[in-house]
Design a protein around this ligand. Structure first.
Ligand SMILES: NC(=O)c1ccc[n+]([C@@H]2O[C@H](COP(=O)([O-])OP(=O)(O)OC[C@H]3O[C@@H](n4cnc5c(N)ncnc54)[C@H](OP(=O)(O)O)[C@@H]3O)[C@@H](O)[C@H]2O)c1
Length: 354
């Protein structure tokens, strides 16, 4: 089987190595060509000039790129996969994107007589290297059966969940837990340190305790030695995922107060210069915030606490047919803003009268 692979990032590169090791004839394309040429100098594969040319020459096209915009570009852009894919070929996207993006790409390929499956993955760079990825697959039965040999070559298990878009949906549900865990680990580590426990001793307890799932182990070095060593998952991609989770929650009216907080916190860390750090950079961001001058730290903490209390009260008073939680959150923020402005105005009035 001839396989094409687009996207030689942190995850795509080890996946390609496993495809070659499994005996597939592999052609690759990457936006930054130098990465493809470097890999081709190391293992037997061909480098294509553009996505359309690659798609025309293979039986299965695989993509693993950063985000929805990148997926749209490689499939639907000029010289994209849709422009070249052969009738009867299959494309498979491993990126974490919105289910609607997967469905849009599937529809465009269907017009060309080609099929599509979304197959995002759970795991990290080390999991990908070890061929231990968990794949969540969306597509029709016959198409998924055709790509089984490829799925088996890159992961430990592939679960077929339903039609196109269900893999992407399940990945977002799963990742909402990953980011909750990242925030909880970050906060707990900084809490222990601030209270006088050595960082490595605290992490040893996490890694030996009831909460020691694989994430706690494979992110250990990044938590213990912040800013050193290789990045396995960029914090910016986490913010992207949390945005997709928020959109999905909004669309299906699922209450996700934790994910809402996690989006706000991870986005603030990214905006403060941690976007290209590993996801564990959230702990370092909290550590630096904790070390900021006490008046600033207290002010931030006080505002957050007051906002939370007010939100709980407003939620309890909200009419049952209130708009979605995300719209409600925006309304809450606007109301809090109006309240603060009103208080400021009231405080200023006596002075003006005098
Ligand atoms: N890292 C993880 O632990 C992990 C785990 C599970 C799922 N994922 C998901 O897997 C996907 C890839 O993650 P990664 O960590 O490998 O990311 P990465 O290291 O940042 O690599 C991103 C890849 O996307 C390409 N790309 C970005 N924008 C593009 C565009 N507009 N057009 C074409 N190509 C573009 C990049 O090309 P250049 O080389 O030219 O920049 C690169 O090949 C993401 O959706 C991520 O959420 C990651």
């Amino acid at each position: 089987m001839r396989v094409g692979f687009l996207g030689l990032g942190r995850m795509g590169t080890p996946v390609v190595r496993n495809l070659v090791a499994a005996g597939f004839t592999v052609t690759v394309w990457n936006r930054t060509r130098a990465k493809a040429d470097e890999l081709a100098a190391e293992i037997p594969l061909t480098v294509a000039d553009d996505p359309a040319g690659l798609a025309a020459a293979v039986d299965v096209v695989m993509t693993m790129v950063a985000d929805d915009a990148a997926v749209e570009a490689v499939y639907l852009g000029p010289e994209g996969i849709a422009a070249g894919i052969a009738r009867g070929a299959v494309a498979m996207d491993l990126s974490t994107v919105a289910p609607a993006t997967s469905r849009r790409v599937a529809a465009a390929l269907r017009e060309r007589g080609a099929d599509f499956v979304d197959s995002p993955v759970s795991g990290s760079t080390k999991t990908a290297e070890a061929r231990e990825l968990l794949l969540m697959v969306g597509g029709d039965d016959a198409t998924v059966a055709r790509v089984r040999p490829v799925l088996d070559a890159i992961g430990a298990a592939a679960h077929h969940l339903g039609p196109v878009g269900t893999g992407a949906t399940m990945k977002l549900a799963l990742n909402s837990i990953v980011f909750g865990l990242n925030a909880a680990l970050s906060e707990a580590l900084v809490l222990a340190e601030r209270a006088g426990i050595d960082r490595l001793a605290a992490y040893e307890i996490f890694a030996s305790s009831a909460i020691a799932c694989p994430v706690v182990h494979y992110r250990r070095a990044a938590f213990e030695r912040p800013g050193e060593g290789p990045v396995s998952f960029r914090l910016a991609l986490g913010v992207k995922d949390l945005g997709l989770i928020a959109e999905l929650a909004d669309r299906v009216s699922a209450p996700m107060p934790q994910a809402e907080t996690n989006l706000r916190e991870h986005a603030a860390a990214a905006a403060d210069g941690f976007a290209d750090w590993d996801l564990a950079g959230l702990a370092e961001w909290l550590r630096r915030r904790a070390a900021a001058p006490p008046d600033r730290a207290c002010r931030v903490g006080g505002e957050v606490a007051a906002e939370r209390e007010a939100a709980v009260e407003r939620e309890a008073a909200a009419p049952p047919d209130a708009t979605t939680q995300w719209e409600a959150a925006a309304e809450r923020e606007a109301a809090a803003e109006r309240e603060t402005a009103g208080q400021r105005e009231a405080a200023a009035r006596p002075e003006i009268a005098e």
